[in-house]
Design a protein around this ligand. Sequence first.
Ligand SMILES: Nc1nc2c([nH]c(=O)n2[C@H]2C[C@H](O)[C@@H](COP(=O)(O)OP(=O)(O)OP(=O)(O)O)O2)c(=O)[nH]1
Length: 131
Amino acid sequence: MENRVVIGAALLHRGRVLAARRSAPAETAGRWEFPGGKVEPGETPQQALARELREELGVEARALAPLPGEWAVRPGLVLRIWTAELLSGDPLPLQDHSELRWLGPAELDGVDWLDHDRAVLPEVARLLNAS
Ligand SMILES: Nc1nc2c([nH]c(=O)n2[C@H]2C[C@H](O)[C@@H](COP(=O)(O)OP(=O)(O)OP(=O)(O)O)O2)c(=O)[nH]1
C-alpha cells in the first residue's frame, strides 16, 4: 500500500510555536500536537499545510521547511513536521482542537504532546531560540 503523509505544522511566530489540543478521537483527545492533517491526492505538502491551517485555525500560513525525521503513525500513514510562518489571521480552534497555546522555547515541555511530536521539540526550541 502506498504511504499517505500527514503534515504537522510547527507554526513559528514572534519567538513562539503554536500547540493545539486534540478534541478527538478518544485515544488522542486531550493530547497536544502540531495542527495539520493528511496530504490529499494531487496536493503538495505545502498546499496541504496551508489548507489544513485555513480549515482548522482560520489563518493563512506558508510552509517553510521540513524538520528532520518521519514517523509511522500507523501502517500506511507517515507523519512529517514542517516549520511554517503565519501570514495573516489569529488562530482559533475552529476544527479538531479544543484549545490552542503559543509556547516559547522554555514552555515546550509544559504540555502533553503526542509521542512522535516530542522528537522534534529540541529542534523547534533551537529554532525559537535562534529567532
Ligand atoms: N495533525 C497531526 N497529526 C498528528 C501529529 N502527530 C501525530 O502523531 N499525529 C497523528 C494523529 C492522527 O492519527 C494522524 C493525523 O490525523 P488527522 O486527524 O490530523 O488528519 P486529518 O485531519 O487529515 O484526518 P481525516 O479526518 O481526514 O481522517 O497523525 C501532529 O503533530 N499533527
